[in-house]
Design a protein around this ligand. Sequence first.
Ligand code: SAH
Length: 370
Amino acid sequence: MAAHETPPGVPPEPARTEPVSSDQQPPIPPLAGLDLEGLRDLLVGLGEPAYRAKQVFQVVQNHGVLDPHRMTALPIALRERLAAATSPALSPIEIQTSSDGTTKFLFALADGKRVETVLIPEGDRNTVCVSTQVGCPIRCVFCASGVEGLIRNLSTAEIAEQMLHVRAHLGERPTHIVAMGMGEPLLNLPALTGAIRLWVEHDGLGFSPRRITVSTAGTPSKVDQLIELQLGVNLAISLHAPNDETRARLVPGSPAGRTAGLIEAGARFARETGRDATVEYVLIAGENDHPEHAEDLARLVAGRHIHVNLIPLNPVSHQPELRAPSSLAAQGFARRLHERGATVTLRRQRGDDIAAACGQLALERSVGEA
Ligand code: SAH
């Protein structure tokens, strides 16, 4: 059973100021989305010295303190000015912890839309899985995020702040970040790039880009854009099928006929960036777990230094007929890949008692409260 709890490390957000109703008033920026330059402009505009920018940036990005009233290292007058001039991008509305420690955060955005973030503890790793869009245009059959299609892109602040809430909850810096929550990250690349730049900034969290992974179900040309940005991050390709026909069925929102092209883009990414490219493959009984699928997949990745992660399906309520294969069958699939020269990891199912599969919690809540 899911354990419901109040967020211990997350202070209650201050009451939101009135929404900006007049066109004359400038919009109130979320603090979490401001880089050093943006903060400097804001603080100087408030009559504060420019050197304060670095101090505030550190408190927000490194320590994850989002409420200016709690920034005890700053003078009270500055705290009050900051509180009046900025707003939170997200309000935590629900936190659930699975029996295996996986913790899911449901957030409300300023416009009332909802996104979720997952914290996955595993040994000495704490991985944060952030969302990049509300909804998703890709509509993978087994994924709850795409059920209602794409609703909107998240801003840099809305992406960056997810990590800060998890950091505050955890009480320490997470070790890994994956852009693998709701949405298709490469279709919101400018906002995601802004968030990545905030996380890796030395004056803030100083997060290593090697510990950040961007996931895509995607488009080869977008992978090339990611290569050109030289962010130093890793790439995960959500393949789920080894041929165009099976992929068109399981990942209908992805451009048709591009399975091999996507693998080539992944290989190009690994070669040109020196970072990891992996393939994610959700195993679904009877759909993509036949011996021929393993053989086709092994052929696709052979000699390309692309690691395969096999993920047994987390059951989803909108497609109750989809099931994970038995663990024996999943192991057989992994063995077949391995025997044909692929490097492969069979993942454990995680957090299925808290609807931890991508988009599930947000979907259940929106259906439940519609
Ligand atoms: N659109 C991007 C980012 C979303 S992450 C992409 O497709 O890569 C998508 C990942 O979530 C998948 O690769 C899969 O690993 C995971 N996922 C989504 N729904 C799942 C489910 N029902 N069971 C297991 N994994 C799931």
